[in-house]
Design a protein around this ligand. Structure first.
Ligand code: NI
Length: 139
């Protein structure tokens, strides 16, 4: 962690009021922490805009493993992209439904494409990619 630098920020009171309200709603302890969060979010978003930059993400899938060869197709698609998958968690939600959480790491473009490919498999009921970061560019 680098040394802390203090700087002043000037902005319209009409903009500060909703910012403080939003920060309080999100449980942010101070304006400094709220501004740090905004900067980190912007940096993570920038990482994702560069499709070659290394990112981390989680992908959540829900599917019905009774549907013909669906479970096999989900597994095959994961094996094809084994280099992007750090780990998987499989939960048998009930007699029919499976929930899988995949932790992904690799170039943003490939991670995004894998998320789309798996979520688009016919029979997958829910697919959601949550962008994260490897943290290397954040302090
Ligand atoms: Ni299952």
């Amino acid at each position: 962690m680098g040394k802390t630098v203090r700087f002043g920020v000037s902005l319209d009171a009409d903009l500060l009021k909703p910012f403080d309200e939003l920060s309080a709603e999100r449980g942010c302890p101070s304006r400094s922490e709220a501004i740090r969060d905004l900067i980190r979010n912007a940096l993570v978003q920038q990482e994702w805009e560069d499709s070659a930059a290394e990112v981390a993400a989680t992908l959540t899938l829900v599917y019905d493993h009774h549907l013909s060869d669906l479970a096999q197709r989900v597994i095959s698609a994961q094996h094809d992209a084994h280099h992007l998958i750090v780990t998987t968690l499989h939960v048998h939600l009930d007699h029919r439904h499976c929930l899988e959480v995949l932790v992904l790491r690799g170039p943003g473009g490939e991670v995004r494409d894998l998320g789309k490919r798996l979520a688009a498999i016919r029979g997958v009921m829910f697919g959601s990619l949550t962008p994260a970061t490897t943290g290397e560019k954040l302090c």
